[in-house]
Design a protein around this ligand. Sequence first.
Ligand code: NAG
Ligand code: NAG
Ligand code: NAG
Ligand code: NAG
Ligand code: NAG
Ligand code: NAG
Ligand code: NAG
Ligand code: CU
Length: 232
Amino acid sequence: MRFSTSVSALAFAAVALAQDVTIHVGSQNGTSALAFDPPSVNATKGSVITFVFDGMPGNHTVAQSAFNKPCEPLANGFDSGFIFVPKGASGPFPTWNLTITDDTKPIWFYCAQTGGTAGPHCLNGMVGAINAAKSNNTFDAFQSLAKGQSSVVAPSPALSGVNALASAAPGPLTGSFSGAAVPTGTSGNGTSGSNSTGTSTTTGTSTGKPNGAGAIQISGLTAFVAAAFGIV
Ligand SMILES: *[C@@H]1O[C@H](CO)[C@@H](O)[C@H](O)[C@H]1NC(C)=O
Ligand SMILES: *[C@@H]1O[C@H](CO)[C@@H](O)[C@H](O)[C@H]1NC(C)=O
Ligand SMILES: *[C@@H]1O[C@H](CO)[C@@H](O)[C@H](O)[C@H]1NC(C)=O
Ligand SMILES: *[C@@H]1O[C@H](CO)[C@@H](O)[C@H](O)[C@H]1NC(C)=O
Ligand SMILES: *[C@@H]1O[C@H](CO)[C@@H](O)[C@H](O)[C@H]1NC(C)=O
Ligand SMILES: *[C@@H]1O[C@H](CO)[C@@H](O)[C@H](O)[C@H]1NC(C)=O
Ligand SMILES: *[C@@H]1O[C@H](CO)[C@@H](O)[C@H](O)[C@H]1NC(C)=O
Ligand SMILES: [Cu+2]
């Protein structure tokens, strides 16, 4: 199984559960595709979503968008930058870890890649959801909207997002792996997540704003014991 879930139990009370989730970038049901696998997950506050760039070879992003604008960056949203994994590469593949800071709101994201023979990835339905609603604004509705868009707007690299944040940039970006417009810094608390390195994309204009403000602290993470056990 390529989809793994683990649960970290609170030391003293079953008040909250952190459910760490893996999402593969560029696959569907374990097969190479312009999709996230699984494309829609639930995750509680404090849970870590690990994106693994081990799917379809190429150059993908994990960028936050809004339900109504699936292929455009959300203001103050997170963006991994473009992570390039060549055909035939072997692991360990680059990963990116997002921690959920509010599980009461849906988190939508897309791949901003516009190159390649398949056409813009978002317009092919390469979008995902965390904590999507069961009705109305469902993942399926979001993906349908994405497929109906006419263009994809490039995001701005950012560790911090809305209702989720990363504490470090994607990596490793060494050997045959590389990144473009990836966020830098090691803090996801809003103080250093907006620094951009590498090249910017040339397609479209970005409406994403740097995340210089709005520091978010993840408290209580240290209260979780390391006793993780697998659930499939
Ligand atoms: C394949 O993935 C799609 C999208 O996640 C899902 O709707 C479908 O049920 C999956 N099919 C199988 C056989 O797992
Ligand atoms: C998320 O949780 C809801 C129940 O709260 C459930 O209906 C839905 O199927 C779950 N979504 C996924 C992707 O597991
Ligand atoms: C979904 O949309 C319908 C029609 O607008 C509305 O009546 C219903 O309350 C909505 N359901 C939820 C869960 O928002
Ligand atoms: C993501 O988290 C996993 C598990 O803790 C870790 O092995 C990996 O190095 C992290 N990735 C990044 C880019 O920090
Ligand atoms: C988080 O932000 C504060 C300032 O708000 C800063 O002093 C602290 O060093 C940052 N934490 C990390 C891990 O960078
Ligand atoms: C941004 O990153 C560059 C390259 O790593 C570095 O030289 C610069 O000091 C950084 N700026 C900030 C504000 O962190
Ligand atoms: C990945 O895509 C980005 C955006 O189109 C581009 O700037 C970068 O050069 C690409 N990387 C490679 C290795 O093709
Ligand atoms: Cu992609």
